[in-house]
Design a protein around this ligand. Structure first.
Ligand code: ZN
Length: 189
């Protein structure tokens, strides 16, 4: 369900804090559209650390695999990235649905290695918000609809005290991919 406990603004602030801690930079140097790699200097290992911090802050499980890896798993080798390590047309369509049409650098033939540079503070926040929206209506432990948050980031059951359980990031990407494929038939299957 669409959760109403944690605002987008809060998520962006926490993402900025986590990124700042990982990269040891000032929060003020970032905007939502900052590319973590191109503008903030993140390297691939930094993403593990940032994801870990976000998981701790919100009680979620971030995806371990990028969207394109899920595509190849679901639709076969070569479906997202060709033999030259360049993005296929269907992969570009999918990334535009996911990340927005405004990304002019996103086109078929783009090197796969350049894709992570598209990750911004905002896109990371969107991933967190999508995960938070998997909050079930009622607490799985006691059946009550009594979610609440005390620190503005962690959701807990106000009735039995259980921490909220969310769908994990990789599972959520698989579900999203399946839905988009059913609606738009992006990949030949
Ligand atoms: Zn409960």
């Amino acid at each position: 369900m669409k959760q109403g406990f944690i605002s987008e603004q809060t998520v962006i602030e926490v993402v900025k804090r986590c990124v700042a801690e990982t990269l040891r930079i000032e929060e003020q140097t970032m905007t939502p559209s900052s590319s973590l790699i191109k503008e903030l200097g993140a390297e691939s290992l930094d993403f593990l650390d940032m994801n870990y911090r976000l998981e701790q802050a919100f009680g979620i499980k971030m995806a371990r695999h990028f969207l394109l890896e899920h595509v190849e798993e679901a639709f076969g080798e070569g479906s997202a990235v060709d033999a030259n390590n360049q993005l296929t047309e269907p992969a570009v369509r999918l990334l535009k649905i996911r990340l927005g049409d405004h990304l002019s650098e996103l086109k078929a033939g783009m090197e796969m290695d350049e894709v992570p540079a598209l990750i911004t503070v905002q896109s990371l926040a969107n991933n967190v918000l999508d995960l938070l929206d998997t909050l079930p209506e009622c607490c799985p432990s006691c059946g009550q609809a009594a979610w609440k948050t005390e620190d503005g980031a962690r959701i807990r059951c106000g009735s039995c005290g259980s921490t909220a359980a969310f769908t994990n990031g990789d599972e959520l990407i698989r579900q999203w991919l399946k839905r988009v494929q059913e609606e738009q038939r992006i990949f030949a299957s």
